[in-house]
Design a protein around this ligand. Structure first.
Ligand code: SF4
Length: 75
């Protein structure tokens, strides 16, 4: 298991997002502490940059991340 490099500053990991899901702790364990490469926020950050990660994007929204990445790379 490997921690995501963004843990120190990530709004999701640090409970700074609105409407945090009740399974947030499980998501942190799954994504932030292990499978971060499949986290939607991580995916967008890696491909488009930190400033392009939506404030309301949760780790399990990979389909939305893929749409954002596709649109972002065309623009
Ligand atoms: S895995 Fe995703 S939600 Fe967790 S710290 Fe990294 S970017 Fe943030």
């Amino acid at each position: 298991m490997t921690d995501c490099a963004g843990i120190a500053t990530c709004p999701f990991f640090n409970d700074r997002m609105q409407n945090m899901p009740f399974i947030a702790d499980m998501m942190k364990k799954h994504y932030c502490r292990d499978d971060f490469e499949h986290c939607a926020r991580y995916m967008v950050k890696q491909r488009l940059g930190k400033d392009r990660v939506p404030g309301d994007l949760f780790p399990n929204q990979s389909t939305k991340a893929e749409r954002l990445i596709s649109a972002g790379e065309i623009v």
